[in-house]
Design a protein around this ligand. Structure first.
Ligand SMILES: NC(=O)c1ccc[n+]([C@@H]2O[C@H](COP(=O)([O-])OP(=O)(O)OC[C@H]3O[C@@H](n4cnc5c(N)ncnc54)[C@H](O)[C@@H]3O)[C@@H](O)[C@H]2O)c1
Length: 353
């Protein structure tokens, strides 16, 4: 019999999708509170969960029946919310971007190390079946050495999307398409090919009348020698994400699902056609599993109750912030930035102008 973790969801926007995932895992989680400044926005979630309404994070932290605080607030509020929950010894789940700088991320890492609570950043795109199949082909050695990859985050966002006051601004969204949108595909890249060692990036605001970038082009060098390009826009005719990897023995291409490119179907094509059957048979018994938030939360439950590794760690969030820091720095200087980045890098305290 597993321990049911009691959750408070703070922020009822994407928090609604988190709630669906918890409701799909009724033996693992019970949502006891939905907190939002806007009571009306919280109301459908309160009803669906059979939970209480709270009007603030402070009210949530004053409760004694909350094991996990799930932060779905606008980005500029993440850091203080995470630190506040950790100070109360609660486990924390926090939406992307975790923070607005490497320095803030390191502050959270230090606070987590000193707390009984653990922090899990959200990167739910990792848990698609197709991406899992690629990881199996890599782990078994069938894929071989990676040569190149391309990453596309081609989404469509217009003035309606930017009508939400916190979006499109440095002080509240903490950046543009590389912070809020491409962060997912870039996490998949690092998750698949390992650490980045060099970044060159050019950014532009071409689609919407906003303060932050909505287009970007990256050249990325991976520690294993693979070369990667990433293209980002919020002015695509339709929403589409795509990852394509060329390995020594096979090429892999993701689904085009914008918000779950890790899902099936992926194509895995052997370079030597006579080897195709080895790839196909290696995947024949790949088990079906939940995807997205539900899979991440399912694995998190095991981590928080049985001590298995968290499915997404603060180090993963830090890697995503390191790429963002490097990209803004490269754009500003026109130079290639070498990673890892530490406290001596000029962008360590933040990229927000
Ligand atoms: N993982 C994903 O796929 C994904 C998708 C969308 C958004 N997000 C992230 O989730 C976060 C929230 O984004 P969103 O689209 O849900 O935003 P949103 O504006 O739709 O929702 C945020 C909610 O927080 C509430 N709120 C704001 N300040 C508050 C406070 N001090 N106390 C209590 N409630 C407060 C607002 O009333 C609002 O209902 C952002 O960090 C965003 O980047 C992640």
């Amino acid at each position: 019999m597993s321990t049911t973790l009691r959750v408070a969801i703070v922020g009822a926007g994407i928090g609604a999708e988190h709630l669906k995932a918890y409701l799909a895992l009724p033996d693992l989680y019970r949502v006891v509170s939905i907190a939002d400044l806007d009571r009306q926005r919280a109301a459908p979630l309160v009803a669906a969960a059979g939970a209480d309404y709270d009007d603030s994070l402070q009210a949530v932290l004053a409760r004694e029946d909350v094991d996990v605080v799930d932060i779905c607030l606008p980005p500029q509020l993440h850091k203080e919310a995470v630190l506040g929950a950790l100070a109360c010894g609660r486990h924390v789940i926090c939406e992307k971007p975790l923070t607005g700088s490497l320095a803030q991320c390191d502050e959270i890492m230090a606070a987590a190390a000193a707390s009984t609570g653990q922090v899990m950043p959200v990167f739910q795109y990792r848990f698609g079946q197709g991406l899992g199949q690629l990881r199996r082909l890599i782990d078994t050695g069938l894929a071989g050495r990676p040569f190149v990859a391309t990453v596309e985050t081609h989404w469509n966002r217009d003035a309606n999307y930017y009508a939400v006051p916190w979006r499109g601004r440095w002080d509240t969204e903490l950046g543009g398409a590389i912070v809020g949108h491409a962060i997912h595909a870039h996490d998949l890249l690092v998750h698949t090919l390992g650490p980045i060692v060099a970044v060159q990036a050019q950014l532009a605001t071409r689609v919407n009348q906003i303060d932050v970038e909505d287009c970007a082009a990256f050249i990325i060098g991976m520690g294993n020698g693979a070369l990667v390009t990433s293209s980002v826009t919020l002015g695509s005719a339709r929403d589409q994400s795509r990852l394509r990897f060329c390995f020594e023995n096979l090429s892999a291409q993701s689904s085009l699902d914008p918000y779950n490119p890790g899902t099936s179907p992926w194509t895995f094509q052997a370079r030597d056609p006579f080897e195709q059957s080895r790839i196909d048979s290696a995947l024949a018994d790949y088990p079906a599993h939940q995807e997205g938030f539900a899979r991440q939360f399912e694995l998190a439950h095991a981590a928080l109750t049985e001590g298995t590794p968290l499915p997404v760690t603060l180090a993963d969030a830090r890697a995503s912030l390191e790429l963002i820091t490097a990209a803004y720095s490269s754009h500003a200087t026109g130079e290639r930035v070498r990673l890892p980045l530490n406290a001596d890098h000029p962008g360590y305290a933040g990229w927000v102008p």
